[in-house]
Design a protein around this ligand. Structure first.
Ligand code: NAD
Ligand code: TYD
Length: 336
C-alpha cells in the first residue's frame, strides 16, 4: 500500500484514474485539486467517504500551500494531472497555462524533492510533438515542436521534469497520450461538445475543413497506461499512449450524429482554429513491448459507450455547462 498524491483528480482523466485506483488497489489516494471551471467533485461523488480517499483543495502554483500539503500527507508517489488543458482557451489567454502547467509543475517537483517522494509521474500529451503530415507516427524520439500555447506550456513542463531527473536524480516518468474521450469529459472538447449540442439541437461547430486528424483513446485505456508507467516505467523514460484510432474530425461528428439520432443539417463549418495542428498519431510500441500495455477499446465501442453515458447523464453536463461556461462559449463561438 502506497500513499499517492493525485493532482487534478477532480478533472476528466484524473477522476477516472482515482476511481480506477480505488476500485483496483488498496493505495491511499489524496486528490489535490484547485477546482477550476474544469474540476468538479461531482465526478467522484461515488467514492466520497472511502477510508483510503481524501480530497484537498489547493493551487499547485502556491508553494507555501503545497509545502503544507506534502508535509501533512507525506506522499510516496505523485501522479500529476493538474493542468489547464484546452487549446482554444490557451489561444484566448495563455496566462493561466504558463502559471499552472509550467510554474505549478516546478513547484510540485520542488516539493516532491524536499519531501522525499519516491516517484513522480508526469502526465503529458502528444501535442508537444507538434503536427504530422499525411503519414508517419510520433515516437518518444520525435523532437518537441509544440505549436499552441497549451502544448508549449506542456512541453515546458516535460523539460522541467527531464531536468529534475538529470539535475536532482529524481525518479520521474513522463507519459504522453493522444486525445482522450469518455465519461466526465468537460463539454468544451470535441466529442462531449458535439454530443451535448446534438442532443440540444444546437449547431455543431466544425473548425476549418473538418479534415484534421486525431488519434482517439478511451480514458480507461489511458488510465491503465498511466498505472503501468507508475508501476514499471523506467526512471527518466517517456512512454507514448495512443488508441490506434486515427479519425478525421468530420468522421467523428458524423458518427456522433448517427448515435444521437440527429441529422447532418446541424453541422456548421466555422473559422479554423489559429495554428490548428493537422494530424496527430501515436506509435505506442514502446508501452506495448516494455509495459505490456495495449488499448482495449476500439473507437467504435468506446464512442458508443461514451454517447450512451452522456445521454444518460444529461444533468451532469447541463450543470457544468451553466455559469462561467456560457461566457467562454460566447467568446469562442460568438454567434456561429
Ligand atoms: P481537465 O481540464 O479535465 O482537468 C484538469 C484538472 O486540473 C481540473 O480538475 C482542474 O481543477 C485542475 N487544476 C487546474 N489548475 C489547477 C491548479 N493550479 N492547481 C490544482 N489543480 C488545478 O483536464 P484533463 O483532460 O483531465 O487532462 C488531465 C491531464 O492530462 C493534463 O495534464 C493534460 O495536459 C493531460 N492530457 C490530456 C489529454 C486529453 O485528451 N484530455 C490528452 C493527453 C494528456
Ligand atoms: P479538442 O477536443 O479541443 O482537442 P485538441 O485540440 O487538444 O486535439 O479538439 C479536437 C479536434 O476537434 C481538433 O482538431 C479541433 C476540432 N474541434 C472542432 O472542429 N470544433 C470544436 O468546437 C472543437 C472544440 C474542436
Amino acid at each position: 500500500m502506497s500513499k499517492i498524491l493525485v493532482t487534478g483528480g477532480a478533472g476528466f482523466i484524473g477522476s477516472n484514474f482515482v476511481r480506477m485506483m480505488l476500485a483496483e488497489t488498496d493505495h491511499q489516494i489524496i486528490n489535490l485539486d484547485l477546482l477550476t471551471y474544469a474540476g468538479n467533485l461531482e465526478n467522484l461523488s461515488d467514492v466520497e467517504g472511502r477510508a483510503n480517499y481524501a480530497f484537498v483543495r489547493g493551487d499547485i502554483v502556491d508553494a507555501r500551500v503545497m509545502s503544507a500539503v506534502f508535509a501533512e500527507h507525506q506522499p510516496e508517489v505523485v501522479v500529476h494531472f493538474a493542468a489547464e488543458s484546452h487549446v482554444d482557451r490557451s489561444v484566448l489567454d495563455a496566462t493561466a497555462f504558463v502559471q499552472t502547467n509550467v510554474v505549478g509543475t516546478q513547484v510540485l517537483l520542488d516539493q516532491s524533492r524536499h519531501h522525499g517522494v519516491r516517484r513522480f509521474v508526469h502526465v503529458s500529451t502528444d501535442e508537444v510533438y507538434g503536427s504530422l503530415g499525411a503519414t508517419g507516427l510520433f515516437t518518444e524520439d520525435t523532437p518537441l515542436q509544440p505549436n499552441s500555447p497549451y502544448s508549449s506550456s506542456k512541453a515546458g513542463s516535460d523539460l522541467l521534469v527531464r531536468a529534475a531527473v538529470h539535475t536532482h536524480d529524481m525518479d520521474c516518468v513522463i507519459t504522453r497520450c493522444s486525445n482522450n474521450y469518455g465519461p466526465f469529459q468537460f463539454p468544451e472538447k470535441l466529442i462531449p461538445l458535439m454530443i451535448a449540442n446534438a442532443r440540444e439541437d444546437t449547431p455543431l461547430p466544425v473548425y476549418g475543413d473538418g479534415k484534421n486528424v486525431r488519434d482517439w483513446i478511451h480514458v480507461d485505456d489511458h488510465c491503465r497506461g498511466i498505472r503501468r508507467a507508475m508501476e514499471d516505467g523506467a526512471t527518466g523514460e517517456v512512454y507514448n499512449f495512443g488508441g490506434d484510432a486515427e479519425r478525421e474530425n468530420l468522421f467523428v461528428v458524423h458518427e456522433i450524429l448517427r448515435l444521437v439520432g440527429k441529422g447532418e443539417d446541424l453541422i456548421r463549418f466555422v473559422t479554423d482554429r489559429p495554428g490548428h495542428d493537422r494530424r496527430y498519431a501515436m506509435d505506442s510500441s514502446k508501452a506495448k513491448s516494455q509495459l505490456g500495455w495495449s488499448p482495449s477499446f476500439t473507437f467504435e465501442s468506446g464512442l458508443a459507450q461514451t454517447v450512451e453515458w452522456y445521454l444518460a447523464n444529461q444533468q451532469w453536463w447541463e450543470r457544468v455547462r451553466s455559469g462561467a461556461y456560457q461566457d467562454y462559449y460566447s467568446r469562442q463561438y460568438g454567434g456561429r
